[in-house]
Design a protein around this ligand. Sequence first.
Ligand code: TYM
Length: 332
Amino acid sequence: MKRVFSGIKPTGHLTLGNYLGAMRRWSEVDQHEADALFCVVDLHALTVDHDPGRVRRLSRQAATLLLATGLDPRLCTVFVQSHVDEHARLSYLLECVATDGEMRRMIQYKEKAAAERARGGSVRLSLLTYPVLMAADILAYGTDEVPVGDDQTQHVELTRDLAVRFNQRYGRTFVVPRTTHPEVAARVMNLQDPTSKMGKSDDVGPGVVYLLDEPETVRKKIMRAVTDSGSDVVHDREARPGVSNLLEILAACEGGDPEELAGAYETYGSLKKETAEAVVELLKPVQRRHQELCADPSYVEGVLREGAERAREMARPRVDAAYRAIGLLPAG
Ligand code: TYM
């Protein structure tokens, strides 16, 4: 059975982008077809200015939401990154294989570092090495497939390069993983600025639909989405980013093809209305289940405890093998 690994970072409330770009596939497809692990990557949340209490709360919320989307601990492993030491252990070894030039070329590093500097802050060294820790997450488990949104492609490419390089230098240790993306909505855009990604860390309410937004809030945000000049409904990401984004969200919710769907709407208004209702319906069961799970925090804790134990057992042999292969003296 193939091994699947993916992760989500607790740096903000989870969004419709996270759900359509990644999480939905995890529960609908991956957990049924693969030996799958899903991880709340809390160590990654420490790479930018953070509040300790907020990271803890968001980590718990992300884990609860993962289960609310339908991840079933009998079918897959759900856990928190910092509960499994192997991630940090392996990350250091991979730092000894990666180069600083590679890190500085990463688009997300460039964007986030620029944003930190613009705020007058300093850039944490861990922001630069972020993709190495991500590679460790993936490689520790012998992962075949990494289901992610579009924005993570470059990081998975780097992971492949590091795996190949390590294997060539020190002997075959890691599986070289590949990325999988959803057919539509691999990059959901901000409703107020459809040329930039709908990101959870933005925390600029009106352009971002959060998974826990009330139905009325979802409707309002979608009805107020920025559309493009012109009034006919066509799918063209370059010329009509706003309308295309709505068409992709609708296509992802209801199934179907954004270009074909475009033909069914004469006005932006009717498209927005239909999209808003489709998103409200999509989120309803997730929100209901989230509420139930919040009433039973010990269940979530138990899932995470068992998940971490399972993950540790899966990761340890490969990480130990990497320690031996790279030349470290066994502890005996
Ligand atoms: P994160 O937490 O930013 O996002 C989690 C997943 O959601 C996808 N995503 C989107 N997809 C479509 N449209 C959007 N607007 C959108 N926003 C986010 C992301 O592509 C991702 O799949 N570095 C990762 C976390 C990570 C990871 C890993 C992922 C750490 N280790 C190992 C896979 C494997 C991140 O920050 O994702």
